[in-house]
Structures are given as C-alpha cells and as structure tokens.
Design a protein around this ligand. Structure first.
Ligand code: UTP
Length: 296
C-alpha cells in the first residue's frame, strides 16, 4: 500500500442491533446516548481529532435520524437563539460543523464486510479508516490515529487488537502472528468467532481498521461466512495472505456500546469524566455498595 494520506473514514451503522431490542425497534443503536451524547458522535469526534476530512456513514432502514443528527437543526437552533440559550445553541451548531458527513444505504444487513463494500465508490482509490458505529475507545491519542500512524510506519493495512480472556474469544475475530514490536504483529492467521478452546491467540479484533482500497475487490469475491453474512474478517484473512496485514494493540479503554453491559459501563465511565456528574454519581454508587437503596 502506498503511503497516501488517510482522509476518509467509513462508519458502518446499518446493523439491526438485535441485542438492544426493543430500544432499537425505532431508534438506531448508534444514537443511543452515552450520558447525553449519541455513541456515533463520540466516534465522529474521534475521526475529526485524527484529522479525517470525510466521514461516510453506512446506514440502513430506519436510520435516517443519524443523518439528521449531523445536519443543521434549523428550527431548533432558531428557537434556542430566540430564547437566549447561547451555550446550547453553540453546542448543537458545532455538531453540524464538525466535518463533512456523507450517508449512504446498505439496503439489506448482509454483514459488516458487505457494509464496508457499500462505501467503495465514495471511498475512492486511497486507503481509508473504518470505525464501527457502536464501538467506543477512550484514548489520549485517538485510536484511529494510532492505527493511521501504524499504517504510515508499515505501509500495510492495520487492524486494532485487544487482549481478551479465553472464554470471550468466541465472541470476536481472533488474530495471531509474528511480533514486530510490543504493540504490533504481522498477522498470519485470522478466525472469525472461533469455537471454544480453538482460538489461535488471545488477541481480538476491535472495531477500528485502516484498509487499502484493494479490500473492495477482495470483499466482492468473499462468500458468506459465519451467520450467512459477508464477514470483514474473511476479507482481512485474504489480505493477510496476499499483501500482508498488521495488528496493532491500541492504547485506550474500549467499550462495546452495542452490548448492554458494555453500554452501561460506557455510561458510567463517561459520566465520571464529567465534573458536574462525578461526585453525585460516586455518592450514589457508594449507597449501592453499602447495601443501601436509592434515597428519595
Ligand atoms: P454488530 O454485529 O455489532 O451489529 O456489527 P448488529 O448486527 O447491529 O448487532 P446485534 O448483534 O444484532 O445486536 C458491528 C457493526 O457493523 C454494523 C453495525 O451497525 C455495527 O456498527 N453492521 C453490521 C452493518 O453496518 N451492516 C451489517 O450488515 C452488519
């Protein structure tokens, strides 16, 4: 892969979100708030902090609210201005000013690989980032930036890796390979959702990637895999064999906001970072650990 700049990020957000029903019957899971900010806004902010110019959101049926979230809310902004709520107005307006957001449709949820392939014509001929719409990483250096830096260094596609306990390996794509340094491996093996006890390592692929445009040709040929879906991991396995693929153990705290427990953890984590919420929340949690209930 040439060292072309990574200026575009694809955010697949077209999944059905069945783990979060009934909420996701009418609300996209990517818009469920972490405290008061939708998950996908944290993700777009991460891309913006990494200098990304264009964000391409792949959405599906019932997901137009995601587009609206990054658009100008003219009526709402007018009312806030008239009522003198400047701070709220500024906060809202800043969202639509953040970056260029392009939306496109995955007409059927045929899998993550298929969602990425849907963005092919908009991505164009350069390497690009992928950030999953329900996967949060709180890090000093934005996680996608860490991957872009690894791509610049190695000139190959990069996937984010995280150590997971053996019993959780069947929930992830698992990567194994030769260590290049303490954070980086040259991937030689990739398995999507291995059966218990068969994972080739404890390194799980997490929702951040920097990929060469050649992945699109690979994905066009990949047959449906686990769950009848076109799996991105299967495309990555081909890439690892043909062009080489790097795994990078990122620095940062990761939350799977598409999972109920991960979502609750994310809410607590981000709430504790807010000065106005920290003390009241800690005080409330203390009452729980002391065996007490909520005071009214
Ligand atoms: P998940 O497997 O977490 O999403 O996919 P899901 O299918 O929505 O969730 P559950 O398991 O039913 O609760 C990871 C990411 O890939 C996107 C999802 O929106 C999510 O951000 N995705 C998945 C697509 O865009 N299209 C698909 O066909 C599948």
């Amino acid at each position: 892969m040439s060292a072309a700049e990574v200026s575009r990020v694809v955010i697949p957000a077209a999944g059905l979100g069945t783990r979060f029903l009934p909420a996701t019957k009418s609300v996209p899971k990517e818009l469920l708030p972490i405290v008061d900010v939708p998950t996908i806004q944290y993700i777009v902010e991460e891309a913006v902090r990494a200098g990304i110019k264009d964000v391409i959101v792949v959405n599906g049926r019932g997901k137009v609210a995601i587009e609206d979230h990054f658009d100008i809310a003219f009526e709402l902004e007018t009312v806030l201005r008239e009522r003198g709520k400047k701070e709220l107005y500024d906060q809202l307006h800043a969202i639509s000013d953040m970056t260029r957001v392009v939306s496109l449709r995955q007409k059927q949820p045929l899998g993550l690989g298929h969602a990425v392939l849907c963005a092919a014509s908009v991505v164009g001929p350069n390497p690009f980032g992928v950030i999953l719409g329900d996967d949060l990483i709180d890090a000093e250096v934005p996680a996608i930036q860490q991957l872009i830096d690894a791509y610049r260094k190695h000139g190959k596609g990069v996937v984010a890796l995280m150590e997971v306990p053996p019993e959780e390996a069947p929930l992830y794509g698992i990567a194994a390979g030769r260590a290049l340094d303490d954070r980086t491996i040259a991937i030689s093996q990739l398995v999507e959702k291995p059966k218990p006890g068969t994972a080739p390592s404890s390194l799980a692929i997490i929702g951040r990637y920097v990929l060469p445009p050649s992945i699109f040709d690979v994905l066009r040929e990949v047959p449906p895999g686990v769950g009848g879906e076109i799996q991105l991991t299967d495309g990555l396995a081909v890439l690892a064999r043909t062009e080489g693929l790097i795994g990078y153990r990122f620095e940062g705290r990761r939350f799977d906001a598409g999972d109920r427990m991960g979502y609750l953890r994310a809410n607590i984590h981000y709430a504790l970072k807010r000065p106005e919420l920290r003390e009241p929340l800690l005080a409330y949690m203390r009452t729980l650990t002391n065996g007490g209930g909520e005071r009214r």
